[in-house]
Design a protein around this ligand. Structure first.
Ligand code: CU
Length: 151
């Protein structure tokens, strides 16, 4: 019995280790909020080096984070929550301006100023594993924060 439990624990640990070690978050950044705004978008590439698909179920951090996707309906770009994001084996899912993205709520100067100038967000997998990454705060694509509709 004792041996059985130890083996189960070892297997659970091995599984956990395998899942997170095969997933890498790259090019992570959040758009510096427009002055007076506390809602902004975040982007990254999620690379799955493993032989099995992985499913991302959400992000957590010092502010509220939602996964969104942008769809064009009747010629209008609309955002809607994305419950899950599947990353196929040996492939990369990109969260990029104009498409899938993270929506951050309640971002203030405290989060975007300072030496690090980055937010640490944790990505949760369907397996229960978590992976954290630093999202650097950057101005918009034009190099200057200007009022625009997110993403
Ligand atoms: Cu959004």
């Amino acid at each position: 019995m004792r041996t059985g439990l130890a083996l189960l624990a070892a297997l659970a640990f091995a599984h956990s280790w395998a899942e997170t070690s095969q997933v890498v978050i790259e090019n992570a950044w959040i758009r510096a909020p427009v002055a007076g705004q506390t809602v902004t978008a975040g982007y990254c590439d999620i690379r799955n080096d493993g032989d099995e698909p992985v499913t991302i179920v959400g992000f957590t951090g010092p502010v509220r984070v939602e996964m969104h996707e942008t769809r064009t309906e009747d010629g209008m770009a609309r955002m809607r929550p994305l419950r899950q994001l599947r990353v196929a084996a040996k492939s990369t899912a990109s969260l990029a301006p104009g498409g899938r993205h993270l929506m951050l709520f309640g971002v203030d100067a405290e989060h975007t100023a300072g030496e690090a100038n980055a937010l640490t967000l944790r990505m949760r997998l369907a397996s229960g594993d978590e992976l954290s990454a630093q999202f650097r705060v950057r101005a918009g694509a034009g190099g200057q924060a200007k009022p625009r509709k997110e993403p």
